[in-house]
Design a protein around this ligand. Structure first.
Ligand SMILES: C[S@@+](CC[C@H](N)C(=O)[O-])C[C@H]1O[C@@H](n2cnc3c(N)ncnc32)[C@H](O)[C@@H]1O
Length: 766
């Protein structure tokens, strides 16, 4: 806390971005916890002797810095090539204070070599000119979402999900976890886009270097922490996706959402997901190398206490999974009670599921198999061999009874669950954090005759006797609040065939849904009184032919193929007030068929057009957002795009409002002739004297009476400048440089203090 206080008391110095520095300053001697050692020795998951020493030693060693080149596949590959071919060769022979410093290396198991790792002391990052430059490059690219600092092991769950653009995906616990709520507002946390971003990138794998695809699938990013859902929204702005929704619900009781049935479009059926990520809240002892505070606080009840919630989240996911779907369950904990015990409990209550054998995936990833035995302890580390024994021994002291349930203990029939198919990643295996991953699918069953019949077209008579139980009824019957101790029963598991069965939804619900096409029914939700503290505005789709949308399309020469009926706004009246968003068909369908308060809808689609204050009084007040240009580009007629070149780009990046007449021809005449308002300029790929563009670049500008403004934010401008001109030529950067020259002496002292602060923020960056 002392250091956090210091942050508050900083003497107005410049904030330095230390996203890529990680070096906890907790002494190694303090990295100990007798309870942790006793507990994990009892678990016998790491061999006594040399391996144990190696394991403990790694836990006390700072993590290497790891990052992933993010964004859509093509953009990522292009940036990755520049890291591999330009930056890394430049870092190959660095010697700092007589010591050779190793350059970043690719993480061997990550597909396409898109993930990197390096282990460089902060002194080197600060003082070695080569690493300093690389560090700035990474910081800028992180700002714009092209690079994601992410623990290597946490990159695994999305990879195992194998998301494709048509998949319906839900990330049940999506927000970045943190041990200390205090730092949630720190920029270091806010810009860290992780597993949700990976899933979104997979949905957008068909994007090209210049244009964003509109995937037919969707991603719902959910978290029960309202503040953290806003971080997700902030992050998602870097990869604008019409396929994204953010909800703020307890994952263990996630409600079913309704969408029109494929077979009976005027009926609604529950939305089932093809891919579900359950990266559940956990004790986090796998992150000890980074969250060094856990050394002080770790105790066995951390895991014991979360076990039941973890089971309920996984069980809920099982109910929401489409027949051929897949779930990935993961934790950054090494504790079997949070891992294998959870898997067993969920499999017991959903016997149609099994663990998938992924031993052939990622052959370069070193892993240990899931364990089949573990010891369950109370908070005093008393070991109980069985639940019965626990009940017997604690008969007098009832205090703990509620805390250890049957599912905390290994079952007698443990062999039948194939637990070794789970993956355990230990820190000493390949210098990472500790992690657990399990992949679950429904068992393949021979098609039963009744299922064949179900596949037949619509003429199958819906007589009362062949109607399946309604899914919403089945769900009502689920004991949602206590799945902790469960045995396999046919009754409490919804059958695959039931999952795909249409639900007969009452006519009035359908009418409400139709109404919501143009106006989300806000009043009804309010009357229901179920809003709780939910104070978000609803999303409302604009009516066809909306004049604001029509003007936006006309001004940017966007053709009629553009899905303009999927434009939505954030107010119940459906007024194009400040910002217009766009959703894909699936997101639209979910938004219009579900009460936004019930599903606590925090975000839908992506912002595409925003009102430009400078445009007050103009006929066309809205402009396309910088990040959204690739979204509209496939629909823009070539004639509507102005051609630029390196000189134009330099002037737009370096100056705030360059006058049209100061440009050279032909851009000068084109810009003078352009109507006031938003436009798109194309800068062709090529090499200039001091500039390079690896692919065509399309950027939004705003034309005022006689001047132009490049409409991308400050950070994006700096990142662009670094990429194209190999230096930051923006006005703020020049001003900072000048100021820096004056205050360089004072800075040196202050930097040392800031170092401590940033390290604190890093340490909670789970
Ligand atoms: C391990 S973190 C998820 C990390 C995330 N996958 C990432 O890549 O950064 C777990 C998250 O679960 C959330 N959480 C805790 N209980 C929850 C619940 N009942 N329902 C939904 N989310 C929950 C926490 O707010 C936390 O953000």
């Amino acid at each position: 806390m002392g250091r956090n206080n210091k942050r508050g008391g900083r003497r107005g110095g410049k904030k330095r971005d230390d996203t890529f520095r990680s070096e906890p300053i907790v002494n190694k001697e303090d990295m100990t916890n007798d309870r942790f050692v006793a507990y994990y020795k009892a678990q016998n998951i790491i061999s006594e002797g040399e391996e144990w020493e190696e394991f403990m030693d790694k836990l006390r060693t700072p993590l290497p810095t790891t990052f992933r080149v993010a964004g859509s596949r093509l953009t990522a590959q292009s940036l990755n090539a520049s890291i591999r071919d330009l930056h890394v060769p430049n870092l190959k022979n660095v010697v700092f204070e007589d010591q050779a410093v190793s350059p970043p290396v690719q993480i061997p198991w990550y597909p396409d070599g898109l993930a990197w790792q390096f282990n460089v002391p902060k002194k080197v990052l600060r003082k070695s000119p080569e690493f300093k430059g690389f560090h700035s490059f990474l910081v800028f690219e992180t700002e714009v979402g092209n690079v994601s600092r992410q623990e290597a092991v946490s990159m695994l769950p999305p990879l195992f999900l194998d998301v494709e653009p048509h998949h319906k995906v839900i990330d049940m616990c999506a927000a970045p976890g943190s041990k200390v709520k205090l730092v949630l507002s720190s920029p270091a946390m806010a810009k860290t886009s992780r597993q949700t971003a990976q899933l979104l990138e997979a949905l957008h794998s068909q994007d090209t270097l210049t244009s964003t695809s509109i995937p037919s699938g969707m991603l719902i990013a959910n978290d029960n922490d309202h503040k953290r859902t806003h971080l997700l929204i902030h992050q998602s702005a870097r990869l604008p996706s019409p396929a994204l929704m953010v909800t703020n619900l307890d994952a263990s009781i996630y409600p079913h959402m309704k969408v029109p049935s494929r077979r009976h479009p005027n009926k609604l059926e529950p939305l089932l997901f093809d891919r579900i990520l359950c990266d559940v809240p956990c004790s986090g002892d796998g992150t000890l190398r980074k969250n060094v505070g856990i050394w002080k606080t770790w105790q066995p009840m951390d895991g014991n206490g979360l076990h039941s919630l973890q089971i309920r989240i996984l069980q809920r996911a099982m109910k929401m999974l489409a027949p051929e779907g897949r779930i990935v369950y993961s934790t950054c904990s090494l504790n079997p009670v949070e891992n294998e015990a959870v898997i067993v409990a969920a499999l017991q209550s959903n016997p149609e599921f099994h663990l998938v054998d992924v031993s052939a995936r990622f052959p370069d990833l070193k892993r240990s198999p899931g364990v089949t035995s573990w010891r369950t302890t109370d908070k005093s580390l008393n070991i109980y061999e069985t639940h019965e024994k626990f009940l017997e021994l604690t008969q007098e002291t009832h205090a703990f009874k509620a805390k250890l349930t049957r599912s905390h203990f290994p079952p007698d029939d443990v062999e039948q669950y194939n637990l070794p198919r789970c993956l355990r990643i230990y820190p000493h295996l390949q210098d990472t954090g500790g992690f657990f991953v399990a992949i679950l699918e429904r068992k393949q069953v021979a098609t039963a005759p009744s299922e064949k019949k179900r596949e037949a077209p619509d003429e199958v008579a819906e007589s009362p006797e062949n109607k399946k139980p309604r899914l919403d009824e089945a769900i009502k019957e689920e004991p949602m609040d206590d799945f902790a101790v469960g045995t396999a029963t046919e009754e409490n598991s919804i059958k695959t065939e039931e999952l795909v069965d249409d639900i007969k939804i009452e006519e009035d619900v359908k009418k409400e849904a139709n109404l919501a096409e143009t106006k989300v029914v806000m009043e009804k939700s309010k009357k229901q009184g179920d809003a709780g503290s939910f104070k978000e505005n609803p999303y409302t789709f604009l009516k066809p032919g909306d004049p604001t949308v029509a003007t936006c399309l006309e001004r940017l020469c966007i053709n009629s193929d553009f899905p303009s009926s999927n434009i939505l706004v954030r107010n119940p009246e459906g007024e194009a007030a400040r910002a217009l968003y766009i959703a894909n068909d699936l997101v639209k369908s979910v938004v219009t068929n579900n009460d936004y308060v019930r599903i606590r809808l925090t975000f839908a689609g992506t912002k595409i057009f925003v009102k430009q204050e400078a445009g007050r009084g103009l006929e066309a007040q809205f402009r396309v957002l910088g990040e959204a240009v690739p979204l509209v580009l496939p629909y823009v007629d070539r004639a509507g795009i102005i051609d630029g070149d390196f000189d134009v780009l330099r002037a737009l990046v370096a100056g705030h409002y360059p006058l049209c007449e100061t440009f050279h021809e032909p851009f000068k005449s084109a810009s003078i002739a352009a109507r006031s308002g938003g436009h798109i300029v194309r800068f062709p790929q090529g090499n200039g004297e001091d500039a390079t563009l690896s692919h065509d670049l399309y950027l939004p500008i705003w034309k005022s009476n006689a001047s132009l403004t490049l409409m991308i934010d400050k950070k994006a401008k700096s990142a662009l400048s670094m990429r194209v001109f190999n230096k930051d030529i923006t006005t703020p950067a020049k001003q900072t440089l000048a100021k820096d020259a004056v205050v360089v002496q004072a800075e040196t002292v202050e930097q040392e203090e800031e170092e401590d602060d940033i390290v604190d923020a890093d340490m909670v960056d789970a």
